[in-house]
Design a binder for this molecule. Sequence first.
Ligand SMILES: Cc1ncc(COP(=O)(O)O)c(C=O)c1O
Length: 494
Amino acid sequence: MRHEDDESELREAEASFASANPGYRDPEALHELREREYGRLDERGHTYLDYTGGGLYADSQLRRHLELLASDVFGNPHSHNPTSLASTAIVQSARSAVLAFFDADPAEYEVVFTQNASGALKLVGESYPFEPRGTYLLSYDNHNSVNGIREFARARGADVVYVPVYRPDLRLDADLVRRHLTTPSNGTARLFAYPAQSNFSGVMHPLEWVQLAHDHGWDVLLDCAAFVPTNRLDLSAVKPDFVPLSFYKMFGYPTGIGALLVRREKLDQLRRPWFAGGTITLASVQGAGWYRLAPGAAGFEDGTVDYLGLSAVTIGLEHLSSVGIDRIHDRVCVLAGWLLREMASRRHSNGAPMFRVFGPTGTDRRGATIAFYMLDPAGDIYDVYRIEKLAGEERISLRTGCFCNPGDGEIAHRITRDEMAECFEDSVPVTLAGCQRLIEDATGKVPNTIRISLGIATTFGDVWRFMRFATSLADRPAAYVAEPHDEPGPPALD
Ligand SMILES: Cc1ncc(COP(=O)(O)O)c(C=O)c1O
């Protein structure tokens, strides 16, 4: 339970923050939303700072979903009976809601429902017409589910080309990207993939690259999984060919549903490697190749879609719209700015900094996802798993690990190709923790990171509590904070 003294100190700090930061609009309305829809956070004393891991759902989303399910009878959609038609209506309205939310013209974009962003990415990887002399061009700071597409590209003989990010900001060199994108086409299929926002550093890359790439014959995969929870994606203005996302990251519930937004003309160029129930108009067991893929999204949705869960997607999008994506964006940006300034100014008594941030330390072209180490008075790194545990004891949820973003991690922590090679020498798979230990023992480098990320229900109190926790470690040596422990715990998977 929280102390009253703390609460009054917090209220004072928040009032002065709000008056200095117009982006922190209407704190009263935010508190009302927090209490009404996310009351369980404060009732249970949670400080949730892992929105890039997973968003939080509002109470009303659950209520509305339950009411809807209880109000009728829903059967498997692939038929024409009344309960089947009721489910078909749910699926259709979810498709329309997704298109409307992203301002996508239904004549131009199709929505393919998947299990998550990774499912959407796999659909692209396995179906994209990679071929010899073709290219898969991708930035270093992609999530592993985008990196994984390179294995489909390699298997089909296409070149895989990475564009590096650079310290300290972990941005791409815009001139280098331009040079890659403007190389003349040799007539083969080529795909450019980058995240609209890095899930590690929070870096936001220029969306103008989409048009530049199109002008030079590239198809573009814009990974929006970490972008859309706190940024407006306007598909009437920016028109990537493939946009993967996960709905739980946007509004917490339901889990297990994502989407691939895809330009219709590109959908026609994808070649699925198999067919399944639901993806065909017709198949026969009596002739090889006797099947016909269903047109549009249906050809890409294997089996029965989550027709009950999809009604919760429509509800979630309505909730996000009612709170206002621009409002959320402005709020998390000013809160991230406060955090970054506080992190830069916090020092031990000997003047040594307490934080090292990986990625931009200002608010320009970055989102509210912040990766960092905490440092002791001698400049040694506090064990990130201990920080996670100590924060957890104060019911602060932050994330540690590599966040499935090896490129940003390797550059942030200065891990060379030769050092990484050590982890791939054995045919026996090395675990993430094993690799981290190998590198740390061999080089003294700590290939591990803490991440906090803000979202729909974040208040000033959340970031303030985190800084109060961090400050409580001032002047502590790393060895004091480190408790003997053998295993660092399970690796972060998202
Ligand atoms: C940028 C980015 N892309 C893709 C993914 C994969 O999302 P999912 O695990 O929901 O498939 C994530 C997950 O964190 C992400 O942050």
